[in-house]
Design a protein. Structure first.
Length: 55
């Protein structure tokens, strides 16, 4: 995405990690899965959203 702000365009990319919250999950395990997915997205080229399977 290009963002224009008082001069030349700035290029912005986003990497995200997602995890589904299941009934037997606790918040820490969901956060840990999303965090692993985020780091995997960053390590495999950035600018993407990856998800981890439910625990």
């Amino acid at each position: 995405m290009q963002v224009w702000h008082k001069g030349p365009a700035v290029i912005i990319t986003v990497s995200a990690g997602c995890a589904k919250f299941e009934a037997d999950d606790d918040p820490d395990s969901v956060y840990a899965r999303a965090d692993r997915a985020l780091y995997q997205a960053k390590q495999t080229g950035r600018n993407k959203c990856l998800s981890e399977p439910a625990g």
